[in-house]
Ligand binder design. Sequence first.
Ligand code: NAI
Ligand code: MG
Length: 362
Amino acid sequence: ATYKLLLLPGDGIGPEVMAGVQTVLAALAETGLAHFETEADLVGGSAIDAHGKPLSNATLAKADAADAILLGAVGGPKWNGVAYEIRPEAGLLRLRKDLGLFANLRPAICYPALADASALKRELVEGLDIMIVRELTGGVYFGEPKEITTLPDGSKRAVDTQVYTTAEIERIAHVAFDLAGKRSGRVASAEKHNVMKSGVLWKEVVTAVHARHYAGIELEHVLADNCAMQLVRRPKQFDVLVTDNLFGDVLSDVAAMLTGSLGMLPSASLGAVDARGTRKALYEPVHGSAPDIAGQDKANPIAMIGSLAMCLRYSFGLGEAADLVDGAITAALAGGARTADIAGDGSKVLGTRAMAETIAAE
Ligand code: NAI
Ligand code: MG
């Protein structure tokens, strides 16, 4: 089959790391394992420059029609002055919201060659392979009311509201259990049922989904604060970790620091499975547009290329092609290939292009 991929390189280092994806796609086409029709379009600051807004309706329509979307990064100092509603990040938020991308998958993998770059000791992180599944379109970031009001004495009162429904928790729980079935078969669910009603419901619904559909999977409940501690104390105890929007934001950043550089971390944002058995999906590196190194061939393309591997795996079920790409990243690192962000003393530093070519060759 030929799949339609929409490439949204975006701003700053976005186009540079996306070029790395195209290098790897060309190598993949030669293997005969995966063929893609690609189309590129603008998002973020580059779209503001061209159309006056960070995501045009035409681009959104293309995103809706594509089999999957790969996005580089958006934003940068050039657009600091634009109105809040049309800032570059608003384009990305609209894409996530309008496509209903409720499940954010963030792997934290420690490559053996980079274990010494972790915030933790080598023996704690060597072989680490965690998948954090974060709920992305609900919870306290979206719940109403959300406001700051002024009290009679002139001081203020701020309100954010944590809201979750059974349906929202069920669908993210399914994503986590399905993933665990293809991995080690273990899920940890993090909430705070001891102090939050949303935590009580979260635990109840995850427990029910598990009992009804996933007898073969091991489920453990962990309080979110304890989970943060365990991630630093003994991270390899976790495989799939499912949690809400707020706790997921924090816990995935903690997990990220176990693995080395921001330039290494891919992510996937998935929507619901539709009647045809397909789902909307957007793949992007965790990092931003890195204006400090943009345009200098210094960016690490591994997070972006790893996002392509996730796309092959989760959107198209091309496990063999995905393993090939992941394996090529591991092999390139094992062979000593380093961009500046992951270079140790004395290692030879490659630019963005050379790193992508090394991975493509592997
Ligand atoms: P950033 O992730 O762009 O950069 C943070 C630091 O990490 C910088 O020193 C940068 O050089 C380095 N870095 C990031 N990616 C790298 C890579 N692939 N290789 C080597 N080094 C890398 O975060 P920052 O500086 O807070 O934000 C810069 C801009 O990016 C802002 O406009 C921000 O709003 C935007 N941003 C966009 C995101 C997205 O598109 N999803 C996510 C985060 C930030
Ligand atoms: Mg965050």
